[in-house]
Structure formats: C-alpha cells, structure tokens
Design a protein around this ligand. Sequence first.
Ligand code: ATP
Ligand code: NMN
Length: 373
Amino acid sequence: MSQGKIVLMACGSFSPPTYMHLRMFEIARDYMQSLGMGTVVGGIVSPVHDAYGKKDLVASHHRISMLKLALRSSGWIKISEWETQQSGWTRTKLSLQYHQDTINCHMSPLNINTESPSWLPDDVLNVNSIDEQNNLNEKLNGNVGEGVTVKLLCGADLLESFAKPGLWSDEDLETIVGRHGLVVVTRAGSDPGRFIYESDMLYKYRKNVTLVTNYIANEVSSTVIRRLLQRGESAKYLTDDAVLAYIRQNRLYGSVPCVTEYNLLNDILANYEKSPQDVIMTSPEETSFKNILISIRDKPSIVDETITVKRAKKSNFLMPNHTDTISPTLDPKPKMAYIDKVPSTYVPGKAVKIVSDVKQHAIKDEKGGGCAL
Ligand SMILES: Nc1ncnc2c1ncn2[C@@H]1O[C@H](COP(=O)(O)OP(=O)(O)OP(=O)(O)O)[C@@H](O)[C@H]1O
Ligand SMILES: NC(=O)c1ccc[n+]([C@@H]2O[C@H](COP(=O)(O)O)[C@@H](O)[C@H]2O)c1
C-alpha cells in the first residue's frame, strides 16, 4: 500500500560522512518506489548538535562543510543545519516533527510566496506534478492524506540503540514509529527483523517499519575512516575525495597532510565550490603576471593535468590570479596550483613537473634539470 509522499530524513553525527551514509538514501528510495510504497519526494541529512558530545564529533561547521562536499552531486538530498543551530541537542522526535511541519506549511497554497528553507527538497514543491498512480488511487480511497510524511532513515544499529536503557523515551519512540515511520537499512551483525519481533512497541507498529536489505553490503563507517586517518593510512574510496581533502586541510581526526602532488592539488580544489570565473585569488603580486603552463604529473611519463597559472614578472613567486586562464577550458573543475618559487631560468609556456612535500615545493623543467627549492 502506498504511504503517500515521503521525505527520508537521516539523523546522526556524520563525523565524517561516508559513502554508505549517502547510499542509504539511494537504496531506501529505490526499494520504496519499486514496491509502490510511496513517492519519495526528497531526502534530508540532519547532523546532530555539537552538544551531543559523542567521541570524535568535530564541530558542526566542519561536518556541514564535509556533507556539502559529499552531496554536491545529489539532486534530491539536502542538508538541514536546523539541529546544529538550536541552543543544545534536540531529540529526534522533535527534529522529525519540526521538519515535517515546516514542509507541510510550505506546501500550503497560503505560503506559496514565503521563502523556503535551504534544506527543503526541490520536489516537495512540485509534489502534485509528480504524484504517482499509486498515490492517486490511495488518495481516492481515502488511505493517504495530502501532506508529506517525514520518515526516519537509519541503519540497523540505530534501530537497535532503541533498546539501550535511558537513551530514548518510550513516548518519543512511539511517536517516531507510530506517526512518522522508520526505514531501516540492514547492517552486518544486526538482525533488525528479530529486533522488531522482540519489541512489543515495534511489533505493534510494524506496518510503519520498512526493512531494506542492503544486498551491496558496505561496512564503511565514520569510525573506520577516522581510524585510518589517525594511523596515516589511506581512506580513499570510502568517502568522497573532496571530503578527504577537507579533512587533511583542516587536520581533522588527527590526520596529517599527505605528500603527493595530487593531494596538494586536491586540497586546493576542495576550497573552490564556485565556478572558476567567480574565484579571485588573493595574492601579494596581483599586477604584471605572465602566463606559464604547468603540467601536473602523477608519474614522470604521464601528464595527467595541464593547468595555467600566472607568474609575477618582478619576483620569483608563482600565483594563480584569475582562474579564467584555466586550460583545458571544457573541464568544469577549477584547476590551479600554488608554487612558492620558480627557478629564474624558467621559460613561460614550458611544461613543468611539480614535486611537493609538506615543507617545500620544487619545480623541474621537462628535461628534469630544474632546481629544487
Ligand atoms: N555501513 C552502514 N550501513 C547501514 N547504515 C549505516 C552505515 N553506516 C552508517 N549508517 C547509518 O547512518 C546513520 C548515521 O550514522 P552515524 O553518523 O552514527 O554513522 P556511523 O558511520 O555509524 O558513525 P560512527 O562510526 O562514528 O559511530 C545511522 O542511522 C547509521 O545507522
Ligand atoms: N532520544 C533521542 O531522540 C535520541 C537518543 C539517542 C540518539 N538520538 C539521535 O540518533 C543519532 C545517533 O547518531 P550516532 O549514531 O552518531 O550516535 C543522533 O542524531 C542523535 O540525536 C536520538
């Protein structure tokens, strides 16, 4: 039976966000829609307030920045900063209620001209045009209302935390499950079906609990990423490269900056969410620049990237000024490099190799005869 229009909301720390936090949304939406369980009109990630005080919970502005990077390509999952902006920690029941009430308020024709919060999923406002046949039938039968239901999307470990003494109040759980509903994604080592069976309250509302089997199991967690970073090991392919670059740049979770030239470039790119044309670099030498061409290489024989930066005429400093000189221009990502010094023998326009480490940046010309700085 269709449950009408649904927004999936995930609460949690997201310190840092992982690919699995994002996959959870995709898996749940596919499952619900393919079984005609409702129309998922959006997703919301609601990071918890700093006062939650969990171990390794970095400041909410960092967690929000990382979520923005991780979700920059999503067309339907938004980040709500509401919980982090409250004076202290908010119970999940209240957060679900707030988001549901606000969405339904914005859908009312009376509020059509009021400004929408940034976390409001785009399709919420187009919701009538994307109504599915299932919903229309249910509506005609009087089974579903006009409004949107915000459901709690979680992994099975969060469901199992319901049984921890003193963590959740019975009344809150009854409202969360009875009025909103749960969408639970399986996680290794958990048996959510049994957990529901063994809880009288969950069993009573089992129609409101959707269990989604994750057949493409991925046991990455924030803990795993933090551990790898603390040990100076690679966490690549467990979360977005831009998230990892952000972590290194801000020295979060005891991470240390890596030493490859690609990491240097990624760190720089992670700073730029705007289009290249919008970004003006601050530079002590903004006047009298000459173009020079730099090839960023991973291995000596392969040219991976070609970028253009500008060189100050009167000094040995190389700094990108405007990024509108980026080459190739078809690539949407801004590409730039910062190099402390160039050799005085450097000929503008000639390809160079950048070698970098934490303390110094060196530049070599094509024949390998450049000078280390
Ligand atoms: N691999 C996973 N499979 C299914 N659900 C997951 C997975 N990782 C996280 N989740 C879910 O994502 C939500 C947010 O969780 P949270 O921020 O606590 O992530 P976490 O990776 O479990 O964190 P930590 O490792 O710090 O405890 C929770 O509902 C959690 O159950
Ligand atoms: N009583 C409650 O409402 C209650 C209790 C425990 C955790 N939570 C929420 O569950 C999420 C748990 O996140 P973690 O898995 O990162 O601890 C957080 O968003 C937290 O606010 C809510």
